[in-house]
Design a binder for this molecule. Structure first.
Ligand SMILES: NC(=O)c1ccc[n+]([C@@H]2O[C@H](COP(=O)([O-])OP(=O)(O)OC[C@H]3O[C@@H](n4cnc5c(N)ncnc54)[C@H](OP(=O)(O)O)[C@@H]3O)[C@@H](O)[C@H]2O)c1
Length: 268
């Protein structure tokens, strides 16, 4: 898109930029000439990425270390960028947990709700007036194909991603008249640190996309919201599931996962 920098620049904020899809978003945005604010906890990773992007693409990159599990996380990002003309907010940070719902650690579930749901909700609330005032800009929210239907043996994570999808769809309609694009990206299995973090052996994943491709496709489709499933394979799979009677779809998914809660053969 030739006017990408004009429409979404000069500054983009990317959460979860220290690895995986977020780092790929940062790279792709720097290549499009946007200055960046990079958010995550691992400041060493962010600094290394910032230095490389500044060198390779001649953009300005600020590092903003925030633990998104803190209740004031969104406020911190809004304050840290108060003096910057942010035109694009990529709310991408998140994590999951797999397995029998009853085995999940309740504290980890509460943290997941904060990072995966409350942060995008507060961040979009805080940035919407700033983008409205500019009359142009965008939000990209990273959900998952698991946000499209309740996924057995990933119940809590799947529910957090459904919230992100609903949030993004509603905001797409609310913000269209103001010239603000909202795209909710639903990746399938993607190369990143997510699987290992969720206790899944990445070698068991199938039909895996590269994080770079997910980010690039999302940016190319930013005006094609509200929702974008980045993987052709997962788009076909989930279209089929969603066309089935709901009970049949859920039982088929549960059967596929049964006894192999860590055998992830679908996207996270
Ligand atoms: N990989 C997949 O198969 C897949 C599929 C569908 C959707 N997704 C979604 O894609 C998004 C990116 O995940 P990924 O696959 O790229 O995984 P990843 O490599 O594990 O990256 C997750 C990012 O989120 C950040 N993060 C997690 N908890 C945080 C916290 N408390 N505070 C600040 N930052 C935090 C991490 O940074 P620090 O650890 O440095 O803080 C990291 O930068 C997530 O929302 C995930 O749910 C992934």
């Amino acid at each position: 898109m030739p006017d990408f920098k004009e429409r979404y620049g000069p500054v983009a904020l990317v959460t979860g930029a220290s690895s995986g899809i977020g780092a790929a978003f940062a790279e792709a945005l720097a290549a499009r000439g946007l200055n960046l604010v990079l958010v995550a906890r691992r400041v060493d990773r962010l600094q290394e990425l910032a230095g490389r992007l500044e060198r390779d693409h001649g953009v300005g990159v600020e590092v903003c270390p925030v633990d998104l599990a803190r209740p004031d996380a969104a406020e911190r990002m809004l304050s840290a960028t108060a003096a910057l003309d942010v035109g694009l907010v990529v709310s991408n940070a998140g994590f999951g947990m797999k397995g029998d719902h009853a085995d999940n650690d309740p504290l980890a579930m509460a943290e997941m709700l904060q990072v995966n749901c409350n942060v995008p909700m507060q961040l979009t609330r805080g940035f919407a007036p700033r983008l409205r005032e500019r009359g142009r800009g965008g939000f990209i929210l990273t959900s998952s194909v698991e946000g499209l239907i309740g996924c057995p043996y990933s119940a809590a994570y799947s529910a957090t991603k459904a919230l992100v999808k609903s949030l993004g769809e509603a905001l797409w309609a609310e913000l269209q008249p103001d010239g603000i694009d909202v795209l909710t990206v639903c990746p399938g299995a993607t190369e990143s640190e997510a699987a290992a973090r969720a206790g899944v052996d990445p070698a068991t994943l199938r039909n895996v996309m590269k994080a770079e491709d997910v980010a690039e496709l999302a940016l190319d489709n930013i005006r094609n919201g509200p929702t974008f499933v980045s993987s052709e394979h997962y788009r076909a799979t989930f279209d089929k599931l969603l066309s089935m009677p709901r009970r049949d779809a859920l039982m088929a998914m549960a059967a596929g996962m049964k006894g192999s809660a860590t055998d992830q053969n679908r996207g996270g």
